[in-house]
Design a protein around this ligand. Structure first.
Ligand code: 13P
Ligand code: SF4
Length: 357
């Protein structure tokens, strides 16, 4: 039963002690979060893996790209375990390393720029944390950087100090929302569709561009609409609407605030009793925030929103199975990034950690 499973996990954790740290992303179901030693957004979980050199293993309750990042930032002897290897991210899967390398080659050929007196690079590659380690390594090798939803603007500013343009992988919405926030016009943000020559653009459009956006998106966040915000405002006059920046630009513009999952959590913490807050992000986080704050009304903008189906693949039974393996001295479902990819992606990740204000 669920209860037996819970008790089994609690007992296993007790036996493993501090040797094993369980990290849980905000989107995990409650039956996982209750066992996590550390809960956070993707940036905080990356930091947690870096900041616990005493742990022998991290059980990463999140998705594959996050576990890879934890492996890159943690020590070589520390194991990162993903309880279910099928927990990927559909957005991260929208950009493969081969497509990114093809894009880079074609982009460079189309720009065909002689070196400039101001020393700026023609283009800086920026990848959202939600991408494979191979793409992070590509950015590390090519003067680029990683960002998360909590530091995308700082990272783009870093990139524009070094380059004339940015190519942003794989989430078009985070890229567009951040660039718009910096005052960049939408006409200067062509979309790169990987199956089309020059991504479906002319060479002139690419030369004029400030931010070239990869054609990726999150299937959970793209469901939110302006009509849902209008309905929330009609149903609850005075409602505050907060959304994740993976939502489309029109939704972010119609909202009162946009930010990472940690930003959303902090906004709820700072609300006054009686406040009504409509949230545009994954349902597990929204429901938990409502439970933690009965003095507020917190609800999800999309009444039929589904959870992130891949985050949901981390079931307590998988967690129990990995703990059982660790107790037996094994490392089941270890996520290991090769030394070369680790080295290059660490360059891009450390640029991000240093760029954060
Ligand atoms: P955060 O970076 O806000 O944790 O979001 C990760 C994610 O996958 C959002 O869809
Ligand atoms: Fe990926 Fe979207 Fe799920 Fe986040 S919510 S892990 S971006 S599919």
């Amino acid at each position: 039963s669920d209860d037996e499973l819970r008790q089994w996990i609690v007992a296993a954790k007790e036996q493993l002690g501090d040797r094993v740290q369980i990290l849980g992303h905000f989107y995990q179901r409650d039956e996982i979060i209750e066992h996590a030693d550390f809960v956070g957004d993707s940036f905080m979980l990356a930091q947690a893996a870096k900041d616990h050199p005493e742990a022998e293993a991290f059980v990463f309750c999140g998705v594959h790209f996050m576990a890879e990042t934890a492996d890159i930032l943690s020590g070589p002897e520390q194991a990162v375990i993903l309880p279910n290897l099928a927990a990927g991210c559909s957005m991260a899967d929208m950009a493969t390393i081969d497509q990114v390398e093809d894009c880079w080659r074609d982009l460079m050929a189309a720009l065909d720029e002689p070196s400039r007196e101001d020393g700026l690079q023609p283009v800086i590659p920026v990848t959202y944390m939600n991408s494979s380690a191979a793409i992070k390594a590509f950015c590390g090798r090519n003067g680029g950087i990683v960002c998360t939803s909590s530091n995308a603007r700082t990272v783009l500013e870093w990139a524009f100090e070094r380059g004339q343009r940015v190519v942003f992988f794989p989430d078009q919405h985070l890229g567009r929302n951040t660039a718009k926030d910096m005052g960049i016009a939408e006409e200067l943000m062509p979309l790169w569709r990987p199956h089309l020559a020059l991504g479906g653009n002319t060479a002139q459009q690419l030369r004029d561009a400030r931010v070239i956006l990869w054609n990726g998106f999150c299937s959970v966040h793209k469901r939110f609409t302006v009509a849902q915000i209008e309905k929330a405002r009609a149903d609850y006059p005075g409602v505050r609407v907060i959304v994740h920046p993976e939502c489309p630009a029109a939704v972010v513009e119609a909202a009162d605030g946009a930010g990472s999952t940690e930003y959303i959590r902090k906004q709820i913490e700072a609300a006054a009793p009686g406040d009504v807050i409509a949230v545009g992000t994954e349902i597990n986080l929204v429901n938990r925030l409502q439970q933690q704050h009965p003095e507020l009304t917190v609800f999800c903008l999309d009444p039929v929103v589904c959870p992130c189906s891949t985050m949901y693949r981390i079931h307590p039974a998988y967690l129990a199975w990995t703990l059982e393996g660790l107790l037996a001295g094994e490392q089941p479902n270890r996520v290991s990034v090769s030394d070369e990819v680790s080295r290059d992606s660490r360059v891009a990740l450390e640029r991000m950690l240093a760029a954060r204000p």
